[in-house]
Design a protein around this ligand. Structure first.
Ligand code: DGL
Length: 258
């Protein structure tokens, strides 16, 4: 079984992509809705939450963990890999690799939470691989609460996006990484604000593709069950979170509070 966690509903964009790309695998998801957002919190707190989330998923039978949250991926990956005896896949590497392969002019923009931007993990990964590339980051702390609130097409959201993306528009980037698994829900707005010439890299779909490749190369890591199950747990359940979840999956969702 594949285990997936995020600070809230954003990681469901990864889970949804996994359901579609790997229909033969069962998955268990945990969204830490009670503690969302992670982005403004200290690395120590995010690491502690990530350990708890992983323990929960292992307890439910997960054999591989996907950290479907850029904030947690940027600060907690090493700890989880040291502490737990299962493969831990994060969302940064797949998105950074795709950005490198996509950019023609070597100018890449990153948008993410404060935790992700502060860690400079995208910057490090991209410039280690391509020392000549320029990476421009912009923290967008208001976007996760807006998505969790379901404000996906409001005038205020468009105004905030315009403000966040303005500095990147002057950098001649040709590629922009959506370095937060909540942002695919704002993809259309982001594309229209940044301009259609800029290619958007979605860390959620890239991670699902990466996991598919990983399982092709390591087929024994995750067992296939006769009866495929997709179970969704969360530390809290709110009306708005449910609406966003149902929008991601385009179906009624059952979320179990744990
Ligand atoms: N979806 C998480 C991410 O990818 C949001 C983090 C947060 O809760 O701030 O970064």
């Amino acid at each position: 079984m594949i285990g997936i966690f995020d600070s809230g509903v954003g990681g469901m964009t990864v889970a949804h992509a996994i359901e579609k790309l790997l229909p033969d695998y069962s998955l268990v998801y945990f969204g830490d809705i009670a503690r969302t957002p992670y982005g403004p919190k200290s690395p120590k707190t995010i690491i502690n939450y990530s350990i708890r989330n992983t323990e929960f998923l292992l307890d439910k039978g997960a054999e591989l963990i996907i950290i479907a949250c850029n904030s947690a991926s940027s600060v907690a990956t090493d700890t989880l890999r040291q502490r737990f005896d299962v493969p831990v896949i994060e969302v940064i590497t797949p998105a950074a690799n795709r950005a490198i392969a996509t950019s023609r002019n070597g100018r890449i923009g990153i948008i993410g939470t404060r935790a992700t931007v502060k860690s400079r993990v995208y910057h490090t990964q991209i410039t280690e691989e391509r020392p000549g590339f320029k990476v421009y980051q912009e923290a967008c702390p208001l976007l996760v609460p807006l998505v969790e609130e379901g404000w996906l097409n409001k005038r205020e959201t468009k105004m905030i996006l315009r403000r966040y993306l303005h500095p990147l528009k002057n950098r001649q980037i040709d590629t922009l990484v959506l370095g937060c698994t909540h942002y695919p829900l704002l993809k259309k707005l982001i594309q229209s604000r940044i301009g259609k010439k800029v290619k958007l890299i979605d860390s959620s779909t890239e991670t699902a593709l990466y996991v598919k490749e990983y399982l092709k190369e390591n087929p024994k890591t995750v067992s296939k069950q006769e009866q495929v199950s997709h179970r969704y747990f969360a530390s809290d359940k709110t009306e708005t979170a449910m609406k966003v979840a149902e929008r991601i999956f385009s179906r009624p969702m059952e979320i179990i509070v744990a």
